[in-house]
Write a protein of this length. Structure first.
Length: 578
């Protein structure tokens, strides 16, 4: 033979490309789907090499042996490729089921039948050498099992391809081009195999499927070598999506547009005392007592093992790619302890607000009267101290009440607050109640879109703290505007001339909780911290022997001056008169 037949050359070249791809992909062993893909490539290499080499063999017996090897490669390619598609897309649990084991029986039985075909002729009959293009092609009459085995293998490969296409649609551009390339790569050899099986075309004895593995290898090389198909496996995302629901501690249900349950997590099974197989397809109201209501979140009282539980129900719409509503999700949260805690706090708050405040007010009055009538100077001084302590407790309660009202106003829309007007009013109230002097250095046109009650509460407590905690005969506190930061937050500073805030009180604020051995001396700084956090801002404290400087950053600046090179916009200072 003077030249190499091109079908043989193409088949062997496909086999070599497959071997190179196998060598490269060996580094990905153990990744989702990689081992199954390697097994499919081994079968593919056997298919290509046995058919290509067999085209040089004209001895009938030896040629039959190569044909048997070719059939072995053909029937063992589909199942591993399907397993690869399942594991790669996060459905690997299906591969480990008895049903998948039954699928493996098809190539296993076919291999046995092919090897023993001369004894029974179940796979094919009338085997003969039928050369074309100078190659030792063969002709035979495939029987029913031959059609069954190849068609089943084609279905396996097509199913794996569809799984990859599903990845293209479901998981976006991260896997799109690589998964599309692998999916398309199965088409050329698959079509060529079916053309040969059904005897179509001018040379029906020529099986071009091995040759058509050339574009298959090229596309796979693009996906696995040029791309990063195994670097970002969609199985991670699919597993995360499934775990996010299955491992969710809160009950979660999915219903269709007819309010029939189509999915639920283990937490829902526990709460409603149902099993998932029994409840799927059942009407939501019959199974759980719930109905779809998108207007607001509802509370459901449920008895769980003899104890009444309160569940908050949140409903959301499910939309498909065409933005059609295809169902709803229901997320339930057990708020029993939260409701009980809120109830206890409400009762304690009412007792402290009314009963204790009224009793202390009466006690303060009696102590004041006793201090005025007693003749013993030492006892009078003690009574004055008691009077001051009671007054301090009452003021603390009033602070808590004021903060409660202010934080409750957060449900209302923000308003435009002119900072100098608001802080001038706060300063005037403090100067009227104390001997201190408050200096307000704020630009007249500075406006902040925020909650006015909390805004004033922040600076009222900071200024009051600076006036009360000082040994100076004439306490002096200044509140200044320090500019607009690059992120459009207003920067204020409050400076006093007191001894500074103790380190342990600042540590308590940073930690966010008090302990029996380390706690603050009152509510003032806590109210400042809570209020600034509620407004979306932050606090910084610098304290020393000369006093304390508190920096308050609040978002929502309405003024729109351009920022200076230092990162803030400076304004002309306007001092509040003493």
């Amino acid at each position: 033979m003077s030249s190499i037949p091109w079908p043989a050359a193409g088949s062997i070249l496909s086999g070599l490309g497959t071997v190179v791809l196998l060598w490269y992909l060996r580094h990905h062993r153990g990744k989702p789907g990689a081992n199954w893909l390697l097994l499919a490539l081994v079968a593919q290499a056997l298919w290509c090499f046995s058919y290509g080499i067999g085209l040089f063999v004209f001895d009938p017996t030896l040629r039959w042996a190569f044909e048997a090897l070719t059939w072995t490669g053909i029937v063992w390619t589909g199942v591993p490729f399907l397993a690869f598609g399942l594991e790669y897309t996060g459905r690997g649990n299906l591969v480990r089921t008895p049903w998948f084991g039954l699928l493996v029986l098809v190539p296993l039985v076919t291999t046995v039948l092919v090897v023993t075909n001369p004894l029974h002729g179940i796979v094919w009959a009338e085997f003969r050498i039928d050369p074309v293009f100078g190659a030792a092609t063969v002709s035979y009459d495939p029987n029913a099992w031959a059609f069954f085995a190849i068609m089943i293998g084609t279905v396996f490969a097509a199913s794996g391809t569809l799984l990859l296409f599903d990845t293209v649609v479901s998981y976006g551009p991260l896997y799109r081009t690589e998964a599309l390339a692998v999916g398309l790569s199965t088409l050329p050899p698959g079509v060529a195999l079916l053309v040969w099986l059904f005897g179509l075309g001018p040379v029906p004895q020529l099986n071009l499927s091995a040759v058509m593995f050339l574009p298959h290898v090229v596309l796979d090389a693009y996906a696995f070598v040029g791309g990063s198909m195994f670097a970002y496996s969609p199985s991670v995302r699919r597993t995360a999506d499934r775990s996010a629901i299955e491992d969710l501690e809160n009950p979660f249900l999915v219903v269709d547009t007819d309010e029939r349950i189509v999915d639920c997590n283990p937490a829902a099974e526990t709460v409603f005392d149902v099993t998932k197989p029994a409840v799927l397809g059942e009407p939501l109201e019959r199974a759980t007592g719930l109905r779809i209501d998108e207007t607001d979140d509802r509370l459901l009282t449920h008895t769980d093992r003899g104890e009444r539980r309160t569940l908050a129900v949140s409903t959301s719409r499910l939309r498909d790619g065409s933005d059609r509503v295809v169902g709803h999700t229901l997320l339930l949260q057990d708020v029993t302890e939260q409701q009980r805690r809120e109830q206890r706090l409400e009762i304690l708050n009412r007792v402290l607000r009314h009963n204790l405040r009224n009793d202390l007010t009466v006690a303060r009055g009696y102590v004041g009267i006793a201090a005025d009538r007693v003749d013993d100077d030492e006892l009078a001084e003690l009574l004055d101290d008691v009077h001051d302590d009671i007054h301090g407790v009452l003021q603390m309660g009033e602070k808590a009440r004021t903060f409660e009202r202010a934080i409750g106003s957060m449900t209302r829309p923000s308003t435009t607050v002119f900072a100098r007007d608001a802080l001038t009013s706060v300063a005037a109230d403090l100067e009227a109640e104390t001997d201190g002097h408050v200096e307000v250095v704020i630009p007249e046109d500075l406006a902040v879109r925020t909650n006015g009650a909390l805004f004033e509460l922040v600076f009222a407590n900071l200024l009051e703290n600076g006036i009360h905690h000082t040994d100076a005969e004439e306490p002096h506190v200044a509140v200044e505007f320090d500019g607009v930061a690059a992120d459009r937050t207003a920067v204020f500073t409050v400076r006093d001339d007191g001894p500074g805030i103790p380190d342990h009180e600042l540590a308590v604020l940073e930690r966010g909780e008090e302990t029996p051995l380390e706690h603050g001396s009152g509510l003032g700084l806590w109210i400042v911290s809570w209020s600034v956090t509620a407004l979306g801002g932050d606090l910084d404290f610098e304290t020393g022997e000369d006093g304390t400087t508190v920096t308050v950053r609040l978002p929502g600046v309405v003024e729109s001056e351009p920022a200076d090179p230092a990162g803030t916009t400076r304004f002309e200072s306007v001092e509040h008169p003493p």
